[in-house]
Write a protein that binds this ligand. Structure first.
Ligand code: ATP
Ligand code: MG
Ligand code: MG
Ligand code: MG
Length: 473
């Protein structure tokens, strides 16, 4: 099955089971300042779960564009290194708004995976929340999963929430054992381990509470269901690919990277990391710009800038010495435009935004990298293992390096970052610029008064608040 076929089969299956197929919402959450990006299928239904928004259906299914780069769910640094994490991915989900609950959610997910998609039942494991005996019994007695493949996990893995506040509840996840070759060296490797052996494919969330700012949990008007399955992950299983990147969803992007670089995925471990980062981040950049976000120095725009600059830096490592990202982003628009027509319509706008950012950053990237390498050389000579806040700040301030670029460069070198020192310098700079703004304001007031013939003397600014003082004389 191709990725497009898997997406359609999922939606079709739930349509047959009385679900309304709803379009993906934007990556920018509507009227929700608590969230940076849409990070799960339930985001567009948040108010429906809370009972604040009534819809003319009680069951829905979506294929939702998601980004997990910043905020509570942040996978940016995983990208390139695990088989299963992306910044941008598509989440397939089915939802019940006070309609069915645990039993049918469990039955439907199992039926789709085992009977329709043909996954081997004896390789599937399920996890449940610590005290969720109800889910445990359903898996064991209704579905027939043997007791030893039902694992109880705690809050971190099996209690799902969108962010610090909002709808949440215990969950149950379906994992597939990919075999020892995918495992790690830990003697404790099991379901819930961070390695890729027991691959989590589907999370069924039993939405029961709304968490407020104080952490208090109030029951939702009616218990509901929210599920999420990564399209790229289920495709990796169905297509027998070692990682999500080996699926047909990524083929056109790697083909383009290959044409530009002459390299092929699988030839070298270090090049693979670069290529995966570029492929992943090209998708994220295409979709984020397509949803109206532009690179900037704060908020969503800054996350986009970090993603793009991270890709550009890995591109340098792969051997690109001129701009390439707009080309790989164009490949995303071309290959995913069928499922997401906005990418086709917005193609030239999107690639223009990308090429501008590339040109802007390319000018300082090489200089910044040589400053960083010089600093690393000096540290090595002195036997130091911590890169100073001053250097990190200089790279940020003068060369436009987001901190994670420094982290990527030193990743396997056993070097740590003086983050506190960096933060102190950031704070100092903020203070300074606040004072400068106040000073400039005072300068204007001074000029205005003088031009009115009022004699006055500028006496500088006061204390730390940045207040300025103009003395009338
Ligand atoms: P993991 O433990 O592997 O990080 P998760 O528990 O954080 O996954 P959920 O929040 O439960 O993931 O999201 C529901 C589903 O979405 C997951 O079961 C998985 O199939 C998919 N998914 C989650 N994060 C990513 C990601 N960064 N890239 C691709 N797919 C993802
Ligand atoms: Mg995760
Ligand atoms: Mg998990
Ligand atoms: Mg999960």
């Amino acid at each position: 099955m191709t990725g497009n076929e898997v997406r359609s089969a999922f939606l079709e299956y739930f349509k047959k089971n009385d679900h309304r197929v709803v379009k993906s919402s934007s990556l920018v959450p509507q009227d929700d300042p608590t969230l940076l990006f849409t990070n799960a299928g339930m985001v567009q239904f948040k108010r429906t779960f809370l009972g604040e928004d009534k819809r003319d259906y009680t069951r829905a299914a979506t294929s939702q564009k998601c980004v997990r780069a910043g905020g509570k769910h942040n996978d940016l640094e995983n990208v390139g290194y695990t088989a299963r994490h992306h910044t941008f991915f598509e989440m397939l989900g089915n939802f019940s708004f006070g309609d069915y609950f645990k039993e049918l959610a469990i039955e439907l997910s199992w039926d789709l995976l085992v009977n329709k998609f043909g996954l081997p039942a004896d390789k599937l494991w399920v996890s449940i929340y610590l005290d969720d005996d109800e889910a445990g019994l359903l898996w064991r007695d209704k579905i027939g999963v043997p007791e030893e493949r039902i694992v109880r996990l705690g809050e971190k893995d099996n209690f799902w929430s969108m962010g610090d506040t909002g709808p949440c509840g215990p969950c149950s996840e379906i994992h597939i054992d990919r075999g020892e070759a995918f495992g790690c060296d830990s003697p404790d490797c099991a379901v819930g381990c961070d390695c890729d052996r027991y691959l989590e494919i589907w999370n069924l969330v039993f939405m029961q509470y709304n968490r407020d700012e104080t952490g208090k949990m109030t029951p939702l008007p009616r218990p509901s269901i929210d599920t999420g399955m990564g399209l790229e992950r289920i495709c990796s299983i169905l297509q027998n690919a070692d990682t999500n990147y080996g699926t047909d969803l990524f083929t056109p992007i790697f083909n383009r990277i290959g044409e530009l670089s002459g390299k092929k995925l699988g030839d070298s471990k270090t090049d693979d990391v670069c290529m995966k980062v570029i492929a992943d981040h090209s998708r994220a950049a295409a979709f984020l710009v397509g949803d109206g976000i532009l690179p900037s120095n704060e908020g969503r725009g800054y996350v986009l800038r970090r993603i793009m600059r991270r890709a550009i830096r890995y591109g340098r490592q792969l051997g690109f010495n001129k701009s390439f990202l707009h080309e790989t982003v164009a490949a995303v628009c071309d290959s995913m435009g069928g499922a997401y027509p906005d990418l086709t319509e917005g193609r030239s706008f999107i690639t223009n935004v990308i090429v501008n950012e590339e040109n802007r950053f390319s000018e300082t990237l090489d200089k910044g990298l040589s400053v960083l390498n010089d600093a690393l050389g000096e540290m090595e000579a002195k036997g130091e293992k911590e890169i100073s806040g001053e250097v990190i700040f200089k790279l940020y301030d003068t060369y436009g390096f987001p901190v994670d670029i420094v982290e990527d460069v030193v990743r396997d070198k056993g070097i740590v970052l003086d983050r506190d020192g960096f933060e102190t310098r950031m704070k100092e700079q903020k203070e300074k610029s606040r004072s400068t703004v106040a000073f400039e304001g005072a300068g204007e007031a001074f000029a205005s008064l003088s031009s009115q013939g009022i004699k006055c003397e500028f006496q500088g600014y006061h204390g730390t608040s940045g207040c300025s003082k103009v003395l009338l004389v």
